[in-house]
Design a protein around this ligand. Structure first.
Ligand SMILES: *Cc1c(COP(=O)(O)O)cnc(C)c1O
Length: 352
């Protein structure tokens, strides 16, 4: 604390990201990174761009990358916004669209960055409890609001909301922005990007950090009708003209253009989710139905925090949230087949 701080800073409780510890031979299943590297085309593109042109600023409009994303989503480039990770895109969306007189609504169990942005941008909010099976109940969102945000699939539960339900939510809330955070959509949920052309109040965000294996490059994007995108651009250009550097711009474009590699790695992860779910169920765990690159599990006889600690002693890092309703759960990122097997072996030892 210091008397030099702006008043707001005294009130901030910043988001705490999952650890990146330097433990030798660590198996890192705590932050939903991809266990596979990015497409080799990404390295090629970044190597080529690492030359004298780095003395020049990058394209402030990121036109080439936006065009690649336009082709990918099947929408015109004026429907695309890019940022330094989707966390930045979300932060900009809070300022540009979600700060209204009425409260922002989001699930009680959800991405823990959402209330942090509310503090930062002084957005009033209400957390709507998920039902007892951790599903979103649409009727609970039938109340005055200044916007709605939720991840789909939800984090940390992994549970997906069907596209029909999202459509219904949009129909029920035509006067406020519904932001669908699709950080994990490529692992098995239906994307709301398909609804963008029909709904002027829909903004969808995605990231290259998970399914594209590029958490280190920091690239995220939003898809929405041009009026929403313009609001984001206005805020971004009042804040930072160059959020994406030259290497990130070309690396991200190369990743998106390598669809074969992308589809192959996503399907490997989806397959491993099925076998890990079966193995953990056999060990007595309850595994929520996941459409993401992680599983959210609890054991009837053992506390989540204790299990996480025991795994850590074996250099296996998983995520535990010390929060109401989910304190007994572990969120386990899907690793390679070998890593998942090591996890199952370790848990067998701990449980016996
Ligand atoms: C990981 C994640 C993000 C942000 O990812 P970036 O690395 O900032 O692109 C956003 N929302 C959810 C729900 C996430 O899990």
């Amino acid at each position: 604390m210091s008397r030099f701080w702006s008043p707001l800073v005294h009130q901030l409780t910043p988001y705490v990201p999952g650890e990146q510890p330097k433990i030798p031979n660590l198996i890192k299943l705590n932050t939903n990174e991809s266990p596979y590297g990015p497409s080799p085309k990404v390295f090629e593109a970044i190597r080529q761009a690492a030359d004298d042109t780095l003395r020049l600023y990058p394209d402030p409009q990121a036109q080439d990358l936006k065009q690649v994303l336009a082709d990918y989503t099947g929408l015109p480039a004026d429907h695309i916004f890019v940022g330094n990770g989707s966390d930045e895109v979300l932060a900009i969306a809070y300022q540009a669209l979600l700060k209204q007189d009425k409260p922002l609504l989001f699930p009680d169990i959800s991405y823990s960055f959402y209330p942090v942005y509310c503090q930062m941008y002084q957005v009033d909010y209400e957390q709507i409890p998920l039902d007892k099976n951790f599903n979103i109940n649409l009727a609970d969102y039938q109340r005055p609001n200044g916007g709605i945000i939720f991840p789909n699939p939800n984090a940390p539960t992994g549970i997906a909301l069907p596209l029909n339900n999202i459509k219904q939510l949009l129909d029920n809330n035509p006067d406020t922005v519904v932001l669908v955070d699709e950080a994990y959509v490529d692992f098995g949920a239906e994307s709301a990007v398909a609804l963008v052309k029909d709904y002027p109040n829909l903004l969808v965000t995605q990231t290259l950090s998970k399914s594209w294996a590029l958490a280190g490059l920091r690239v995220g994007f939003a898809v929405g009708q041009p009026a929403l995108i313009e609001a984001l651009i206005r805020v971004k250009d009042s804040f930072n003209s160059y959020p994406l550097d030259r290497l990130a711009l070309v690396g991200a474009a190369a990743a998106i253009q390598d669809q074969d590699y992308f589809k192959a790695t996503c399907s490997k992860i989806i397959t491993s989710r099925e076998s890990l779910t079966a193995d953990l169920t056999a060990l007595g765990f309850e595994v929520l139905p996941s459409s993401a690159n992680f599983v959210f599990v609890s054991h009837p006889q053992h506390e989540g925090a204790w299990l996480a600690q025991k795994l850590r002693e074996k250099a296996l890092l998983v995520r535990h949230f010390n929060q109401p309703r989910i304190a007994n759960f572990l969120r386990i990122t899907l690793g390679t087949k070998e890593q998942n097997q090591l996890l199952v072996q370790a848990l067998k030892g701990i449980l016996s």
